[in-house]
Design a protein around this ligand. Structure first.
Ligand code: ADP
Ligand code: MG
Length: 618
């Protein structure tokens, strides 16, 4: 048999390697911006067209490259950033693997122009899918400009795999946000299809956060700082009443490099425990400075994972710092314990608001960092009124009027014997239904005692309802007397464009007023009129979260987001009529057992089980 093993040609090897470094246009933006930062640029301009599918251009005023370096930079494992293996343990630059330019030029048409400050002339070099096309002298400004055209032009499978423009643009924005936060001392510009999206001046981190995410962030930021010998932490966290429904705005940087770490995330989240409703996420931008020797960034080609030598002490540093900042800033919103909360409460028995001792009500004690803040479970109550819901009764009536769907029909669900069960019990005693902890409905059924989680139940009802509406495109809308305008950040604005069909089909009526502003003229008839814009932004937040978590269709995610945002919440007082109506609707659902997010909706304590409890003899 003859020998069969051959070395792969350089171009194929590069293409294979590119698979790891270049996954989508956003990866190119990241790599090129990082190179610009490593080159000491003070000003970086990013231009993308077609969400980076046809063009990505990154221009910097950094150190530039000589003719030879420019040519060399496209070779695999060619880097100016490390020389020997020990250097791997003292890395301060963003790049060091020498893979990015080789990988990008293997899967795109690339043109680079570069000139070091002291040279008269610069150099221009063209490479197409790893094929060197030519190099010549040009006159250009100091710095480097890379133009990457038609990404994946020679890898059709990859090109076809790219998502829609709004999705790809969102990925690009995410990378841009990360780098913009890590380098507030650099001027950064971003253009998409010739439209200026960001023009960020050099400044402080707080200014950078505000110019990226919006003016309203200004009052919501709490500084956070703590230092130990080897590690230090600096940055901002969001106040407790400024939580989001998706994880999107949580940023960790280690030595200015954005990283993902569930473990460190947990440190922050646990410091917020008891202060924010479950299922919500605090905002944070935190920078960890640590000796390069104590970490290993070379874990993954995209370098978003790192290993710490002593992860635990970093964890406790973060948790301590966040707790301290939360405690030392006066972040107490006005208190009113009489009001029903609209957020889910997970209160342990005996910790109802009425059961609080006066000292527990004194939240000024919270300023004392020694105090165990996890006691303050009732903070959730402070969020009352965030999404006021009208009574189910009124809603059901209005809905029936709108859809000609008589309530009595809901009892006749063929698939559901449970409905009959309740009805029969209900006939013998009209009063055997009550609300418990403002969160659960308790009623008797033939087989025992049934406890229903009111929030999950209503989410299920709305979920199925919105699913139907979306499938039939049958959402009705109620006009707003005073249209409301909403400013969106650019990535949310592209999400709205992406979901325009679904948003409108559910019953929102809106128009664009400029690139990132929309005006809401009408809201779905199922929701309360004046909560319209709150629900709109809530739905966007939820959609992003659902998108990451469930990866379902747009319709499904939309129904889920609408249900969680417009359904009644734990903590809402319900009348007997409302409870009955809720039960009726629940057992008319296709799946009354679980909420759209998989939570159990009801539980029955079987009669036998109850009898067993009392039958135990000492
Ligand atoms: P790495 O960044 O890991 O070193 P790259 O492939 O991204 O690898 O870049 C290779 C080399 O090209 C870098 O080490 C650097 O010397 C040079 N280079 C790349 N981009 C720039 C730039 N914008 N300005 C100056 N030099 C650059
Ligand atoms: Mg690089």
């Amino acid at each position: 048999m003859s020998d069969v093993i051959k070395l792969l040609p350089e171009s194929i090897a590069n293409q294979i390697a590119a698979g790891e470094v270049v996954q989508r246009p956003a990866s190119v933006v990241k790599e090129l911006m990082e190179n610009a930062i490593d080159a000491g640029a003070q000003e970086i301009t990013v231009i993308v067209k077609d969400a980076g599918k046809s063009l990505i251009q990154v221009t910097d005023n950094g150190n530039g490259m000589t003719e030879t370096d420019a040519r060399m930079s496209f070779e695999r494992h060619a880097t100016s950033k490390i020389e020997k293996s020990e250097d791997l343990f003292t890395i301060r630059t963003m790049g060091f693997r020498g893979e990015a330019l080789a990988s990008i030029s293997a899967v795109a048409q690339v043109e680079m122009k570069s000139k070091p400050g002291e040279e008269e002339l610069g150099t221009s070099i063209t490479i197409d899918g790893s094929q060197f096309k030519g190099q010549h002298n040009i006159s250009c400004k100091k710095g480097t400009s890379l133009i990457v055209k038609n990404l994946f032009f020679n890898v059709p499978a990859r090109r076809n795999f790219l998502k829609s423009n709004p999705v790809e643009l969102r990925h690009i924005m995410n990378e841009f946000h990360r780098l913009a936060l890590a380098h507030p001392d650099k001027g950064l510009n971003f253009y998409q299809n010739d439209i200026e999206v960001y023009k960020l001046k050099q400044g402080k981190l707080s200014q950078r956060i505000v110019s990226l995410f919006g003016k309203n962030y200004q009052e919501q930021l709490v500084p956070c700082e703590e230092a130990l010998e080897e590690v230090s932490l600096k940055g901002y966290i969001g106040k407790v009443n400024f939580v989001k429904k998706s994880r999107g705005e949580q940023f960790f940087f280690v030595n200015d490099r954005f990283i993902k770490s569930n473990y460190l995330n947990h440190a922050v989240v646990s410091a917020y425990e008891g202060l924010i409703p479950s299922g919500t996420f605090p905002f944070f931008v935190l920078f960890i400075e640590i000796g390069p020797k104590c970490i290993d960034v070379n874990v993954h080609p995209t370098k978003t994972e790192i290993k710490f030598e002593d992860e635990r002490s970093v964890y406790s540093l973060i948790k301590m710092a966040v707790k301290k900042s939360l405690g030392s800033f006066n972040i107490t919103p006005t208190l009113d314990f009489g009001v029903d909360t609209n957020f889910r409460m997970h209160m342990s028995a005996g910790s109802t608001s009425s059961g609080l001792s006066s000292s527990e009500r004194d939240y000024s004690q919270f300023k004392n960092t020694e105090r165990d803040i996890s006691n303050l479970k009732n903070w959730e109550q402070l969020y009352a009124g965030a999404l006021e819901n009208e009574t189910i009764e009124a809603e059901v009536k209005r809905e029936m009027a709108a859809q000609g769907d008589p309530l009595s029909l809901t009892f006749e669900s063929a698939i559901n014997t449970m409905g009959e069960d309740i009805q029969q019990e209900g006939q013998s005693d009209k009063q055997n239904i009550f609300q418990f902890h403002l969160s659960y409905i308790v009623t008797t059924v033939k087989s025992g005692l049934m406890i229903i989680d009111q929030q999950s139940a209503h989410e299920r009802i709305y979920y199925e309802k919105y699913l139907k509406i979306l499938e039939n495109n049958s959402g009705s809308s109620q006009q707003l007397l005073f249209p409301e305008s909403i400013n969106l950040n650019p990535s949310d604005s592209s999400l709205v464009k992406e979901l325009e069909k679904e948003i409108k089909s559910v019953g929102f009526a809106f128009e664009y007023l400029g690139e990132n502003t929309i005006v809401i003229n009408g809201v779905p008839s199922l929701i309360k009129v004046d909560s319209g814009s709150g629900i709109f932004t809530g739905v966007l937040e939820d959609y992003k979260k659902n998108f990451l978590e469930y990866k379902n269709s747009n319709i499904e995610n939309m129904a889920r987001s609408m249900a969680t945002n417009s359904g009644i919440k734990s903590g809402k007082k319900l009348s007997t009529e409302e409870m009955k109506s809720l039960i009726d609707h629940l057992f008319a659902c296709k799946n009354p057992n679980h909420s759209p997010n998989g939570r159990l909706i009801y539980y029955i304590f079987g009669l036998e089980k109850i009898e067993d409890i009392f039958n135990v003899k000492p």
